[in-house]
Design a binder for this molecule. Structure first.
Ligand SMILES: Nc1nc2c(ncn2[C@@H]2O[C@H](COP(=O)(O)OP(=O)(O)OP(=O)(O)O)[C@@H](O)[C@H]2O)c(=O)[nH]1
Ligand SMILES: [Mg+2]
Length: 236
């Protein structure tokens, strides 16, 4: 009989998805600096053609560079985190074998659009990252990541005054789209919000170890139509 590894005996695999430039790599750097002292960490990045994100994270100096691996995904970054997760799963297995025992493997999706989410075959939990610079109304646009990721981060709140976004309103809109799932307003310059992120990660890790955390598939983009809200904003 092949020996089966129970979910809880391996590292928690945590996916970080969200549109281009919302701060996924920076969030990973923040989590690494907040937790590197107490947890054994590894990071996997997914880029279309380059290892840009892995190089950024290595140069951030928050983790041993050998613990940061890049998967080059080719044309479709969402495919490698959802449809055929083999390259990412192998990279995670390699990291775990090289640095056993790891507690947490963070996997950054290639910057995609609002629709990309991780398969539960690859990650145990996932964070979807929006930023205030994308506009306050983006949280209302829905989609599987916004609606059903384990945590929705509204990032770069320090920029809100400059882009005219009301953060509490954006958080309220996001919460309404999520049926009570958690939403976190984050800025790497706001220590309290970083502490809340750290606490959330530790909570999920504890549940993962206890076997009480269930990976959820946010699901593919629901069939939808743009006829009412796309290119035709309501005018008054
Ligand atoms: N003001 C501010 N800027 C931030 C914050 N977090 C990230 N940034 C900046 O936002 C830009 C994009 O951050 P990244 O972490 O590279 O974003 P990303 O989502 O990984 O980008 P891609 O991988 O290219 O999709 C960079 O210039 C960061 O310095 C924040 O909390 N506040
Ligand atoms: Mg990145």
């Amino acid at each position: 009989m092949p020996e089966l590894t129970s979910t809880a005996s391996r590292a928690l695999r945590l996916g970080i998805a969200g549109p281009v430039g919302t701060g996924k790599s920076s969030l990973i750097a923040t989590v690494c600096s907040a937790l590197a002292g107490e947890l054994e960490l590894g990071v996997i990045t997914n880029d279309i053609y380059t290892d840009e994100d892995a190089r950024f994270l290595r140069s951030a100096g928050v983790l041993d560079p050998d613990r940061i691996r890049a998967v080059e995904t080719g044309a479709c970054p969402h495919t490698a985190i959802r449809d055929d997760v083999t390259a990412n799963a192998l990279a995670a297995d390699d990291l775990e074998a090289d640095f056993a025992p790891l507690d947490l493997v963070l996997i950054e999706s290639g910057g995609d659009n609002l629709t990309a989410t991780f398969s539960p075959a690859l990650v145990d939990a996932q964070i979807f990252v929006l930023d205030v610079a994308g506009g306050g109304d983006v949280a209302r646009k829905g989609g599987p990541g916004i609606g059903r990721a384990d945590l929705l981060v509204v990032n770069k709140t320090d920029l809100a005054p400059y882009v005219g976004v009301d953060v509490p309103q954006m958080v309220a809109d996001a919460s309404a789209a999520r049926d009570g799932r958690p939403v976190l307003a984050l800025s790497r310059t706001d220590a309290e919000s970083v502490e809340a992120l750290r606490a959330w990660v530790l909570d999920v890790l504890a549940a993962h170890r206890e076997g009480t955390h269930t990976p959820v598939d946010p699901g593919p983009m629901a069939p939808h139509s743009h006829s009412h809200d796309h290119d035709h904003p309501h005018t008054h």
